[in-house]
Design a protein around this ligand. Structure first.
Ligand SMILES: Nc1ncnc2c1ncn2[C@@H]1O[C@H](COP(=O)(O)OP(=O)(O)OC[C@H]2O[C@@H]([n+]3cccc(C(=O)O)c3)[C@H](O)[C@@H]2O)[C@@H](O)[C@H]1O
Ligand SMILES: Nc1ncnc2c1ncn2[C@@H]1O[C@H](COP(=O)(O)OP(=O)(O)OP(=O)(O)O)[C@@H](O)[C@H]1O
Ligand SMILES: [Mg+2]
Length: 259
């Protein structure tokens, strides 16, 4: 049985350390109405106090459901944190009108990248750090936009698989409507994480956990109760997204220089 009190203690200490060692005044976090950002907003508030947390609610009119904005606003009110609602449509339109909208994923990724710019605008101008909301399942599967929602200063729930984030959310008393909604990046209407990835979080996490324990690919189906195809899907996602987790390749030339 996980002692969630100890997990929360470890994470809140981590958040305090990140902020103080950066000499920052607090954090800014994108609050979507989803469970990951709800947990991060709550943990940051517990760690730093409500005066040190700024929440940005950044819906895309026509794509973000109204309930998400309601849930995000209610959460911020409950936490007592300052929040700003910034609709991203004008920014998205500025890009799409110049670039076109033929390539679905390229256009979709503009949205998290715009949110990242808005978060860093507030981080720069108010001396805050950008709190990331990525969880271990997303990070390992590469299910995030490079330099979009992946562009953050620290990752408080980055060591928790999504199925564990749900448990944490319940422990933290996150409202049921947020905990029970289907995970979605809301990059286009009707998008859900599980449908796009082609696998449930239950199975994804079972496979990732087996991989982390060093179980061989051949043995994972029996250990995790999944099919060979599902294992192959996850192994492919992990491999193809390695570049999102590792330091940038840098061409080493010092040995050739005359200095
Ligand atoms: N081997 C390699 N070494 C170095 N760089 C490499 C590379 N392969 C690709 N790249 C670079 O990475 C780019 C592709 O990565 P990226 O731009 O991220 O794009 P990509 O991974 O194709 O798309 C992002 C995925 O994350 C999902 N997402 C995004 C945002 C939020 C959430 C959510 O759950 O809330 C989910 C989204 O629905 C989509 O499935 C390539 O265009 C290339 O520039
Ligand atoms: N409408 C939005 N307003 C503010 N931030 C957003 C919005 N949409 C996405 N984000 C930011 O991007 C992050 C990544 O989205 P993601 O969907 O993975 O997380 P979530 O919405 O918090 O939880 P879930 O995965 O369960 O939907 C969010 O946690 C949030 O920080
Ligand atoms: Mg979401």
């Amino acid at each position: 049985m996980t002692d969630w009190g100890s997990v929360v203690e470890r994470i809140t200490t981590f958040i305090k350390d990140c902020v103080s060692s950066a000499g920052a005044k607090g954090v800014v976090v994108g609050v979507s109405g989803g469970v990951d950002s709800a947990c991060v907003a709550k943990l940051c508030t517990m760690a730093l106090g409500s005066d040190s947390v700024l929440a940005l609610i950044m819906p895309e009119e026509g794509v973000t459901p109204k309930e998400d904005v309601e849930d995000a606003v209610n959460l911020c009110k409950e936490l007592g944190v300052e929040y700003r609602i910034i609709e991203i449509n004008p920014f998205v339109n500025a890009f799409v009108s110049k670039l076109g909208e033929e390539h679905k994923i390229a256009v979709a990724n503009i949205k998290p990248r715009i949110r990242m710019i808005l978060l860093y605008f507030h981080a720069n101008s108010r001396r805050l750090l950008v709190a990331g909301t990525g969880n271990k399942s997303e990070l390992m599967a590469g299910y995030f936009t490079k330099y979009g929602d992946g562009g953050v200063d620290f990752l408080p729930i980055g060591d928790l698989y999504k199925t564990e984030v749900f448990q944490l959310a319940r422990y933290l008393g996150i409202p049921e409507r947020i905990v029970t909604k289907k995970p979605s990046a809301r990059l286009w209407k009707g998008q859900t994480d599980e449908e796009e990835m082609g696998i449930s979080y239950e199975k994804l996490d079972a496979i990732l956990k087996a991989m982390e324990k060093g179980v061989s690919v051949e043995e994972i189906p029996a250990v995790a109760g999944v099919s060979e195809e599902e294992v192959a899907t996850v192994v492919r996602m992990v491999e193809l997204s390695r570049h999102k987790r590792e330091p940038l390749p840098l061409a080493r030339v010092r040995d050739l220089l005359d200095c």
